[in-house]
Ligand binder design. Sequence first.
Ligand code: SF4
Length: 95
Amino acid sequence: MTAASGRLTDHAACADLVTAGAVPATAWDTDPHARPTPLNNHAKTICHTRCPVQHDCLATAIALTLTGDPAGRIGIWGGLDPSERATLTGHGTPP
Ligand code: SF4
């Protein structure tokens, strides 16, 4: 799942930047057990500074996690990586 296809697409900064070829979609993909890469950190900065749907994106990931959908526990959503979201929800990262 890529940033452009997996997260909110209407007004999403990731979708616009990936479509424009400015940032690779993999920037929003993370290994749940790895520390964020420099590219991941760049993606998180975009989420925090350029995305008008950041809060909705994060809420979507948390809702997915709380309903047991593993998609919400993988990758960067709303500017947070899996371990940061796990801290918010109390749900661990995927095995
Ligand atoms: S908050 Fe980040 S991951 Fe979510 S839609 Fe915006 S740019 Fe994409």
